[in-house]
Design a binder for this molecule. Structure first.
Ligand code: ADP
Length: 614
């Protein structure tokens, strides 16, 4: 094999590290731009509600002052009563206004956040789907679906609840502090003296918690990826009775989440145990000083009462800020991961726009000295000097021991990856210059384990086409694929749903469904990855017949596992260690007595093949 490719290939991980965006909240705000109008109105209502709420302590102070003045004989009882009633009406009006403004604020913020999140989710999903295959080789699917569900949810929670609560708390804090100074600058100054200690406690906790919460989210994503993978493959797990093993694996992942959670719990315990008593203690000292001022006649009892209410408002809001900080920090972490994915540009160069017509007999395909290494393993060539030509209408069988590179050849024809060296042309045109949609109509694959979606049979057959098809076309494809019989026998025919991953269908039925899907595309080159798994004799026969029919009037490249397929092919290519070591017809290669004849003698084509040979 040729020398390993230089470290020129950037891996998906490198690219992601470069693209990691720094800002979370600012970026989220930028995403919220289309909702700027709604958010401005919501902020206006937020302001109104905060102002209205701050009027309450002032009014409460007036109630108390009316009583003390009446008790001291400064005003008559009747005048005091009139003052009390007046202030009651005022308080009712203020509360009504505050309620209305708060309600509107909540509705407007939440609806704006929902719309922003909906757009984000769709954009993230669109981005994910557009990533190149190599990206999915290195990124677990569970992690990606976690981004889509958990991370976007964390962001939405932050945007709907936390950000609006944070704004409200900040506003109440600032305005409340102003009112505290207006009510009594002496008490306010004393309160301020205790602030640095409180702030220091808060900052230390917030820093610690940010670290723990971020680490916990990363562990949670890993645990979710493990769970997703195992649940998707639950049949394999059960068939090996490995439930215990995977439960232990998940438990260890869950314990990882727990250990970060416990650290965060300790931090929050220390914070609650120190900062809160400190805050209460300092408040009592302020109350004592206020009482002294009242005794000296420097302050009215009503003002002291108003001051204390403002202090409670402000400290409550500060607590609110601390409470939302954790979920905001979580959201910033989630946002960072979401934006990182959203900003990732696919590493596969975009395709061209050519749509080669080619020969009516089928497509021609040519590999010329192709060298290829998977981006996830850039230092080992999987194909080295691979050359192969298929002329229109020809059928070519790829054979060879597993790991030789046959499936890789098929993936390159579908342009999941680009070769690092050499050329790959379809109808004489470089495959990179061909329009993607056109390419995937011209070339259709019937995979070994075809993917069946948990939708109707009809949906599954039509999945490959990009145009409107008639029921007659669908049925014609199914007839050609020998699938019409079993589909018609189902209670709802073509509308029958097939269960997740087609579990309600047999292996042979799934394959015939996949053949029908490929045929509906009317491909000019059919790629077949013959099933290695044993089908029962009846299914085997039907699948073989369907494939023979499907191969008519087009070029075919098949990864062959059965001798009958190989003997029927126009040409056999033996693939070993990433290149074609021998090619020709079955009989010519048998006569030559080389690698191919050895494969046949070793019965590489399975037990069934041995029987056929005799
Ligand atoms: P065959 O189809 O002949 O069995 P493959 O093309 O599947 O061979 O595999 C050829 C080599 O490429 C193997 O060594 C395999 O481990 C490696 N390989 C296959 N798929 C990937 C992938 N997605 N990432 C990295 N290496 C891969």
């Amino acid at each position: 094999p040729a020398a390993a490719p230089a470290a020129a290939l950037p891996t998906a991980a490198d690219a992601d590290a470069d693209a990691a965006p720094r800002v979370g909240v600012l970026r989220l705000l930028a995403e919220a731009k289309p909702e700027a109008g709604t958010i401005t109105i919501a902020t206006f209502f937020l302001f109104i509600a905060a102002l209205a709420n701050l009027a309450i302590p002032k009014i409460a102070g007036r109630l108390i002052d009316a009583c003390t003045q009446a008790a001291a004989g400064q005003i008559t009882a009747a005048a005091a009563r009139a003052l009390l009633d007046q202030n009651l009406y005022l308080v009712l009006a203020v509360m009504g206004a505050a309620g209305l403004a708060s309600g509107l604020r909540a509705y407007l913020f939440n609806s704006a956040a929902e719309r922003v999140m909906c757009r984000l989710r769709v954009r993230l999903f669109t981005q994910l789907v557009q990533q190149e295959v190599a990206f999915f080789d290195v990124t677990p699917v569970g992690e990606l679906s976690n981004r889509l569900s958990e991370d976007t949810r964390a962001m939405k929670d932050a945007a709907t609840t936390s950000i609006s609560m944070m704004l409200r708390s900040l506003l109440t804090c600032v305005l409340g502090a102003v009112m505290m100074f207006i009510t009594s600058w002496r008490l306010a100054s004393l309160t301020c003296a205790t602030l640095p200690v409180t702030l220091l406690m808060f900052r230390t906790f917030a820093r610690l918690n940010k670290r723990y919460v971020t680490a916990q989210l990363t562990s949670a994503a890993a645990a979710s990826a493990t769970a997703q993978e195992v649940l998707a493959g639950i049949r394999t797990v059960k068939s090996f009775a490995k439930e215990g093993h995977i439960v232990r694996k998940y438990t260890s992942a869950a314990n990882d989440i727990l250990s970060w959670g416990l650290k965060s719990a300790v931090a929050s315990g220390v914070f609650t145990g120190s900062a809160i008593p400190f805050a209460f203690g300092s408040m009592m000292v302020v109350l004592w000083y206020g009482a002294v001022l009242v005794l000296q006649g420097d302050m009215s009892l009503g003002d002291l009462n108003a001051y204390m209410l403002y202090a409670i408002f402000v400290s409550g809001s500060a607590g609110g800020i601390a409470g939302t900080a954790a979920s905001l920090i979580a959201a910033v972490g989630a946002g960072r991961r979401v934006f990182q994915l959203m900003d990732r540009t696919p590493q596969l160069p975009p395709s061209g726009t050519l749509k080669p017509a080619g020969s009516p007999a089928g497509a021609s395909l040519e590999f010329k000295d192709v060298h290829f290494a998977y981006p996830s393993r850039p230092d080992s060539w999987v194909l080295s000097g691979f050359s192969l030509a298929i002329s229109p209408g020809q059928s070519v069988a790829l054979v060879g021991a597993s790991g030789g590179g046959k499936s890789t050849v098929v993936k390159l024809v579908q342009r999941f990856y680009d070769p690092q060296r050499g050329s790959l042309t379809l109808d004489g045109i470089d495959i990179r210059s061909i329009d993607t949609t056109f390419l995937h109509q011209a070339v259709a694959l019937v995979a070994q384990e075809p993917l069946v979606f948990s939708e109707s049979i009809e949906y599954n057959i039509c999945f490959g086409v990009h145009r409107q098809v008639t029921q007659a076309e669908i049925e014609a494809a199914a007839v050609a694929a020998h699938a019409h019989g079993f589909i018609s026998a189902l209670p709802q025919g073509y509308a029958s749903r097939v269960g997740e991953a087609g579990v309600m269908l047999s292996g042979g039925q799934r394959q015939r469904l996949a053949i029908a899907r490929a045929l509906l595309c009317a491909p000019r080159l059919l790629l077949l990855d013959e099933a290695t798994s044993a089908l029962d004799a009846e299914s085997e026969h039907l699948v073989q017949q369907a494939l023979q029919e499907a191969a008519r009037n087009r070029s075919v490249m098949v990864i062959a596992h059965r001798l009958s397929t190989v003997t029927g092919a126009d040409m056999v290519a033996v693939v070993q260690a990433g290149s074609v070591v021998e090619s020709g017809t079955h009989s010519a290669l048998m006569a030559a007595g080389g690698a191919y004849s050895q494969l046949v003698q070793r019965q590489v084509f399975g037990a069934g093949a041995g029987v056929e040979v005799q």
